[in-house]
Design a binder for this molecule. Structure first.
Ligand SMILES: CC(C)(COP(=O)(O)OP(=O)(O)OC[C@H]1O[C@@H](n2cnc3c(N)ncnc32)[C@H](O)[C@@H]1O)[C@@H](O)C(=O)NCCC(=O)NCCS
Ligand SMILES: Nc1ncnc2c1ncn2[C@@H]1O[C@H](COP(=O)(O)OP(=O)(O)OP(=O)(O)O)[C@@H](O)[C@H]1O
Length: 323
């Protein structure tokens, strides 16, 4: 895919000119990401043998690093620069992912041997909020991963409760936890909640309560593109685009309203219809979408979280036929 990109633009020039689909500065932006690959991924048996909170935490952190490092991505922070975000770049995302390992391990420990319940939901929420504090400490106050702590945190907890379960079982268990109310939640008026009220969507909470259907969508798209021979980076970008095509992403809504959501959806569909990220036409369409999102200062952060969730599920259930 890299030969589809403008080879001569430097990252700085690309940022200045907003031509963000320039080639990554380092070729390793396109090399396989830290998410374990087939032979390295935990098989069901190995997962059981190594069933430890640290394994789950490492898989979750690897998924976050892989998502952030995937380059290019429309509107999002990646190895080329901050995308539509003023206050963060890739180094913040990498530092945040590292800082969150203890949080994911603690979530897994808290969930081991448990069933979904109100008490568990509230224990996980307390750990999740500590994770948010660790993220803000690591990034100097920037929100790199709040949505991702929520989604991957619930999935890690579910995976710890159901060792060697399928991706579908893990998603459904995570949904069952999310459907309990957290009575200790402070009434924070966050951007996502405001967008949910303003536009009548259910956002990150609704996605979780439904068992993360868009993580399933991303995983199916990722595996389909791999089967069709797409390079790994293109398959991951196809996963992201497929989620963008349908998700009610409150990150897009709060930054750019319905117009941004509509542009993101139509642009993602156009890139997929043109053949996806592994083809010249698909990449050209993704490149056009990136320019439009940057002009709107809009970023599909929720879709990025669903890609990270899919990469985690892929590592937890590498041989799964289902998603
Ligand atoms: C539920 C959370 C994400 C708050 O969400 P809210 O929508 O109110 O606000 P906020 O703007 O912070 O987060 C929204 C983020 O979710 C992601 N997102 C946006 N839209 C979607 C969507 N449709 N689907 C999935 N994720 C989405 C984006 O990253 C976005 O930035 C979360 O911060 C929370 O409640 N944390 C408390 C800790 C907790 O309960 N943890 C549980 C165990 S991990
Ligand atoms: N590569 C990425 N680039 C940007 N956002 C991402 C990326 N990966 C995941 N995200 C998600 O996007 C969310 C950040 O969205 P956003 O910047 O809109 O946050 P905010 O703090 O609500 O808003 P604002 O920055 O506009 O004040 C994070 O919570 C994170 O989970």
């Amino acid at each position: 895919m890299s030969d589809l990109l403008d080879r001569d633009a430097s990252r700085g020039a690309a940022r200045a000119s907003r031509r963000r689909f320039a080639p990554p500065q380092h070729e390793d932006c396109w090399s396989p990401s830290p998410v374990p690959h087939a032979e390295e991924r935990a098989t069901g048996a190995r997962l059981e043998a190594r069933s430890s909170s640290q394994l789950f935490a490492d898989l979750a952190a690897s998924a976050l690093i892989a998502e952030a490092s995937l380059t290019p991505k429309p509107g999002l922070v990646d190895a080329r620069g901050p995308g539509a975000h003023a206050d963060v770049e890739l180094s913040h995302f990498l530092a945040s992912a590292e800082a969150l390992r203890p949080t994911f391990a603690a979530l897994a420990r808290a969930a081991e041997g448990r069933e979904p319940s109100q008490a568990l939901r509230e224990e996980l929420a307390a750990v999740g909020r500590e994770g948010e504090a660790a993220m803000f400490a690591a990034t100097g106050g920037a929100n790199t991963h709040r949505g991702a702590i929520w989604a991957l945190g619930l999935l890690v907890a579910a995976a710890a409760m159901r060792p060697a379960a399928s991706a579908t079982d893990i998603r459904e268990t995570a949904g069952a936890i999310a459907r309990f109310e957290d009575s200790a939640a402070r009434p924070l008026d966050l951007n996502g909640a405001r967008a949910c009220r303003a536009y009548g969507v259910t956002g990150a909470r609704g996605e979780a309560a439904a068992g993360f259907p868009h993580a399933a969508t991303a995983l199916r798209a990722l595996r389909t593109s791999r089967r069709q021979g797409a390079p790994e980076a293109a398959a991951r970008l196809d996963g992201l685009l497929t989620v963008m095509a349908t998700l009610d992403d409150t990150c897009l809504l709060h930054r750019g309203g319905l117009r941004a959501l509509r542009i993101a959806r139509l642009g993602a569909r156009a890139a997929l219809a043109a053949g996806g990220a592994g083809t010249p036409d698909g990449m050209a369409a993704a490149k056009a979408l990136d320019r439009r999102l940057l002009a709107l200062n809009a970023s599909p952060g929720g879709a990025a979280d669903m890609l990270a969730a899919a990469l985690l599920l892929d590592a937890l259930d590498p041989k799964g036929e289902d998603a």
